[in-house]
Design a protein around this ligand. Structure first.
Ligand SMILES: *[C@@H]1O[C@H](CO)[C@@H](O)[C@H](O)[C@H]1NC(C)=O
Ligand SMILES: *[C@@H]1O[C@H](CO)[C@@H](O)[C@H](O)[C@H]1NC(C)=O
Ligand SMILES: *[C@@H]1O[C@H](CO)[C@@H](O)[C@H](O)[C@H]1NC(C)=O
Ligand SMILES: *[C@@H]1O[C@H](CO)[C@@H](O)[C@H](O)[C@H]1NC(C)=O
Ligand SMILES: *[C@@H]1O[C@H](CO)[C@@H](O)[C@H](O)[C@H]1NC(C)=O
Length: 795
């Protein structure tokens, strides 16, 4: 029983898990529809029922009805900001049970009516035209609410009551242009939020008595503060003083301030003794000159002050007062950026500054000159200033015994090699000198313990081999320079990250991989690689590294030269080892030639290749010649295929080899002694035989030449037959005839022998078949007038 039950139980659990997983999966399948800025006047009708996020911001929608969104039952996020909606009945969302994020900011809403069945996490009604706070009692049941954006021109404490029990992470309150006519200073006290952001009317002088010290707020942000006369600012200053009542407040942010220098310093002064730890001010417009001299730094909790983007109408008054106030601040972090500050004084006593960020100002090399009071400073950023001489920066940091990070990027720094002093502070670990006009010489003076060195976008052409040893250097960025090769790691024995893309490296040496064993990441793409033999080693090495080591591989690594390979990724560039290795090439060619010569020799020696070649050649010639003769004419007059002439010494061969081999294939032969016509002389018989035969075969041997040739020479010459007969002549060389043994007056024979227009009788039996075939091919022809005459002559 229990066993059965537990297995059933397990089954149910698995089922539940499966269903849960399915639900999670379907939750993840987002369906986003973005119709922002498309000139809509209504919510589009043809939307997918699966839509989970709908963005119709920046259109001309003026109305929202239940039917517009009724069918979108999966809708979770709806953004209708920057439209023209004037009235909202929240009950239109009662069927969108999943809806949790609604942005209706920047519309023209004046009134809303509420409905209890909606539960948002994010509801933004800011930048609308509400008079009173748009909070209805139904909001009190939105237990999930994390963000609430409101706007109003009048604040009433009672309107906040419905949401006083909710813990809302962030409330944005935008006060309309007419705010302030009738104020209730206590109206915000019931807000229950970690973070409150109040946007005051843009055009109005700050004349408000609102108490912003909301007791639950950790973070307070105030936008649009304007008080351009010193006495006007008393309202704002007393509002700041009240913040002291709020013990939880840690962060204060002020945006868009327009005031005087005196009031600005007064603002700093009133925040100084509060509980605030992070004070951030941005977009400040300052007028007038600073008269104040003293600043009371005591009782502060501040850890970080940052000031961004300050413009000052007048800057032609002595500013040393301003610099003095800042340089003597007793806090850890100070950021002043995007101002026209041209200088900063050395603190008058040992300073607690740990991190200073003075980026994007107009500071010169004179900043912190001979300053011995910044001995605790760890990071200093002077990015984007007017620094010119690196030697002055080196000299400046020499006194900063704790400095670990220095950023002097985006200046106009150069370094002259003849500078005598190289006194970088020994503590420096990270140095950013990118985007300056430094050259190779910078390598002659670098902080000895530096781990991270950024020199990208300078004018470095070569990393000298004899640079000071930087044993601690782990990360080197020399991208966007004019380097022609990868550096070796002889002097950077710990290098693990090298960034060297966008240089002029055309054929990087593969030595890099031997000397830089600790490399974990190399980024060398976008260089003009020359895809030639020299690059093979590099490609091989880099291709073998794990892909996470080679940043941008393979896409960023392309051939730039030769033209035919331009744009080819290095990974696809292959050359055979042969074409790259001259020694190997020569050896290979040598071997091929030797093998060829060897086989030719073997063929000639053992298989008599030349003989075969001559046979084939003659066969081809015969075929060619027979084709040119008017066959029918021949066929009608001829009775024999061939006439054979030979010396008596060779008659054994003729009778036992030649005749049987020809006659067995139905070839008719005329022999003058066999086909002898009585009553005619031998010569006449021979001539008649020649005339009736298609071809004349002469069996040549030294005997024949000595004894017989002269007859024929004579006969032919006499009967002017040679010319015709020559065409029909087949010479069989039975035995080699040395050239000298041919009498010198036998011109024709000499020519024939020299032209090698004869068939050689091969000694090897294996070649006889081809010999006969060739010979038969030469004399084969279809004879018409066989019948009687042949019979008659034969009988
Ligand atoms: C809000 O926070 C307070 C204190 O942190 C807590 O006592 C209270 O229960 C919270 N209320 C809700 C609705 O979460
Ligand atoms: C306060 O400011 C610090 C530094 O800007 C930030 O890290 C922190 O999240 C802020 N706290 C609140 C609650 O906004
Ligand atoms: C500086 O401010 C503290 C606290 O606000 C105060 O106690 C002290 O008297 C002030 N010192 C001077 C010289 O005003
Ligand atoms: C100060 O600045 C440094 C560097 O920007 C930062 O790491 C640190 O968190 C800051 N400290 C405070 C207290 O804001
Ligand atoms: C150096 O500064 C530049 C900006 O000037 C920045 O992009 C880069 O990341 C910095 N380098 C390091 C190593 O932080």
């Amino acid at each position: 029983m229990t066993g059965k039950n537990s297995s059933l139980f397990r089954f149910v659990i698995i089922l539940v898990l499966v269903v849960k997983i399915k639900i999670q999966l379907s939750d993840e399948s987002e369906f986003l529809v973005d119709r922002s800025n498309t000139g809509l006047t209504h919510i589009p009708k043809e939307l997918s029922l699966e839509t989970t996020t709908l963005d119709v911001s920046q259109n001309y929608i003026s109305e929202l009805q239940t039917s517009d969104i009724l069918s979108l039952s999966k809708l979770r996020i709806l953004i209708i900001s920057h439209n023209r909606i004037q009235y909202l009945d929240i009950s239109v969302f009662r069927f969108n049970q999943e809806l949790e994020y609604l942005d209706l900011s920047h519309n023209k809403l004046r009134t809303i009516s509420c409905h209890p069945a909606v539960n948002f996490k994010h509801l933004d009604l800011s930048f609308n035209m509400f008079e009173a706070l748009p909070i209805c009692k139904e909001f009190g049941s939105m237990s999930q609410l994390k963000f609430l954006g409101l706007s109003a021109t009048q604040l009433e404490k009672s309107r906040v009551q419905p949401i006083a029990h909710l813990n809302i992470s962030k409330i944005l309150l935008v006060l309309g242009e007419t705010y302030g006519e009738k104020e209730d200073p206590e109206s915000l006290q019931d807000f229950n939020t970690d973070s409150l952001h109040i946007v005051f009317p843009v055009k109005k002088v700050f004349h408000f008595i609102l108490d912003m010290s909301v007791s639950t707020a950790i973070s307070l942000e105030l936008s649009n503060i304007k008080c351009v006369l010193d006495n006007e600012c008393s309202y704002f200053l007393s509002a700041l003083v009240k913040l002291q009542n709020n013990p939880r407040l840690l962060n204060l942010t002020l945006n868009n301030i327009e005031t005087t220098w005196n009031s600005f310093i007064n603002i700093l002064q009133s925040v100084w003794p509060t509980t605030i730890e992070y004070f951030s001010i941005s977009n400040v417009k300052l007028q007038d000159r600073l008269d104040l001299r003293n600043f009371n730094y005591s009782h502060t909790s501040l850890k970080a002050l940052s000031i961004h983007q300050v413009v000052s109408d007048v800057f032609n008054f002595p500013q040393s007062n301003i610099y003095k106030i800042f340089s003597n601040m007793n806090i850890q972090n100070v950021t002043v950026s995007g101002t026209h500050m041209i200088h900063m004084l050395c603190p008058s006593q040992i300073s607690p500054f740990l991190h200073l960020d003075f980026s994007n100002n107009l500071l010169t090399d004179m900043v912190f000159k001979d300053c011995g009071n910044l001995i605790e400073l760890k990071t200093l950023s002077l990015q984007m200033n007017q620094l010119k001489k690196l030697a002055n920066i080196i000299h400046m940091t020499a006194e900063m015994k704790s400095l670990q990070q220095l950023d002097v990027s985006q200046n106009s720094l150069r370094y002259e090699e003849d500078e005598k002093t190289c006194s970088w502070t020994k503590s420096l670990l990270s140095l950013n000198m990118s985007s300056n006009i430094l050259t190779d010489s910078v390598f002659s003076c670098l902080p000895p313990k530096v781990k991270v060195l950024d020199l990208h976008n300078n004018r470095i052409m070569n990393i000298p081999k004899d640079v000071t040893h930087l044993e601690a250097l782990q990360e080197l960025n020399v991208a966007f320079n004019s380097l022609a090769d990868l550096p070796g790691c002889g002097t950077f024995s710990s290098l693990s990250v090298l960034i060297i893309d966008h240089n002029s490296i055309s054929h990087p040496s593969a030595d890099f991989f031997q000397s830089c064993q600790k490399i974990k990441s190399i980024q060398a793409g976008s260089n003009p690689f020359q895809c030639t033999c020299e690059l093979r080693d590099f490609i091989q090495h880099i291709g073998q590294l794990p892909s996470e080591v080679v940043e941008g591989w393979p896409d960023a690594y392309k051939c730039d030269y030769p033209e035919s390979y331009k744009g080819t990724p290095l990974k696809d560039f292959h050359v055979s080892p042969l074409s790259c290795n001259t020694g190997l090439l020569i050896v290979t060619i040598g071997v091929v030639v030797l093998v060829l010569a060897g086989s030719v020799t073997v063929l000639c020696l053992y298989l008599d290749l030349p003989w075969y070649l001559r046979m084939v050649c003659q066969w081809a010639q015969t075929r060619h010649r027979t084709r040119n003769v008017p066959l029918e004419e021949l066929q009608s007059t001829l009775q024999f295929h061939a006439f054979i002439s030979y010396s008596g010494h060779d008659s054994a061969w003729v009778k036992s080899e030649l005749l049987p081999n020809l006659e067995k294939e139905d070839i008719r032969i005329c022999l003058h002694e066999r086909n002898f016509v009585p009553g005619k002389s031998i010569v006449e018989n021979i001539i008649s035989c020649i005339e009736k035969s298609y071809k004349s075969i002469f069996v040549l041997s030294p005997n024949f030449v000595q004894s017989e040739w002269c007859h024929y020479e004579l006969y032919f010459a006499h009967h002017n037959l040679f010319h015709k007969a020559f065409d029909n002549l087949i010479l069989i060389l039975l035995e080699p005839i040395p050239q000298y043994s041919i009498p010198s007056n036998y011109h024709k024979l000499r020519t024939l022998m020299a032209q090698r227009t004869y068939l050689e009788w091969p000694m090897e039996k294996s070649k006889h078949g081809l010999f006969w075939a060739n010979l038969r091919a030469a004399i084969r022809i279809k004879l018409m007038a066989q019948g009687k005459e042949i019979n008659h002559t034969q009988s």
